[in-house]
Design a protein around this ligand. Structure first.
Ligand SMILES: C[S@@+](CC[C@H](N)C(=O)[O-])C[C@H]1O[C@@H](n2cnc3c(N)ncnc32)[C@H](O)[C@@H]1O
Length: 213
């Protein structure tokens, strides 16, 4: 099984090739709740100093959207062509929607493998977010359809540790890795951890790289 792209109601959508034509899922960035973001664990994880963030694993764009809605400029990198295409469509749609345009304007989407692109995209950024596919659980509730489709398209991101190593090789003062609660850290022991109800944010800080006030 694989995923295919189709147009549904004028929007680019993705579906499993086993699903009925016309049942594809598109991304609705406007449906993401961006009220009261100050206490959001992701926003706390990127830190107060972060004016700019590279989201090295953009996926369906939810994290990039939250960061942009909190005022950060975001470079969002996605390597899977179909996922990149539906996210590009969603951002274009948001740019054309007056209530969303100011958030979309803060996101630059890049189609690339972040392992190679970080050196070019990350100079001067404060933080890099790494959110690879979660390892499979022995037992888990059925995920929402859009998440299942990403899983079907991407599989497991077996090179996630390599991506983290590339992020740590940049001059970004803070690297954040989003992990499931039960998974071990992707790199060494993080310096801080922020726990939320569903996930954990492992934070790797390099104070020597933080800009002096
Ligand atoms: C768990 S999803 C990310 C979800 C995302 N944070 C969101 O809010 O929707 C992981 C995504 O990262 C992408 N990815 C994984 N490794 C990557 C890499 N080295 N470069 C670019 N994209 C990558 C995968 O293709 C997949 O779409």
């Amino acid at each position: 099984m694989g995923v295919i792209l189709e147009t549904v109601d004028g929007r680019l959508a993705m579906r499993s090739d086993a699903d009925a034509p016309g049942s594809g899922v598109s991304i609705d960035l406007g449906s993401i709740d961006v009220r009261a973001l100050g206490g959001h664990p992701l926003v706390r994880a990127v830190g107060k100093g972060a004016g700019s963030v590279v989201d090295a694993t953009a996926g369906l764009g939810g994290d990039a959207w939250i960061l942009a809605a909190s005022g950060r400029t975001v470079v969002a990198i996605e390597r899977h062509p179909a996922i990149h295409a539906i996210l590009a469509d969603a951002l274009e749609c948001a740019r054309a929607t007056p209530t969303l345009a100011h958030i979309a304007a803060r996101i630059t989407l890049v189609h690339a493998d972040a392992r190679g692109a970080l050196a070019e995209e990350a100079p001067g950024v404060w933080s890099i977010l790494v959110d690879p596919m979660f390892p499979p659980k022995a037992k888990s509730a059925l995920a929402p359809r859009d998440i299942r489709l990403v899983k079907e398209a991407v599989g497991e991101d077996p090179d996630a540790a390599q991506l983290l190593a590339q992020a740590l090789a940049t001059s970004a003062p803070r690297i954040i890795v989003k992990r499931p609660h039960e998974a071990p850290p992707l790199g060494g022991e993080p310096h801080h951890v922020i726990e939320s109800r569903l996930v954990r944010y492992d934070i790797y800080d390099r104070p020597e790289l933080m800009p002096r006030p």
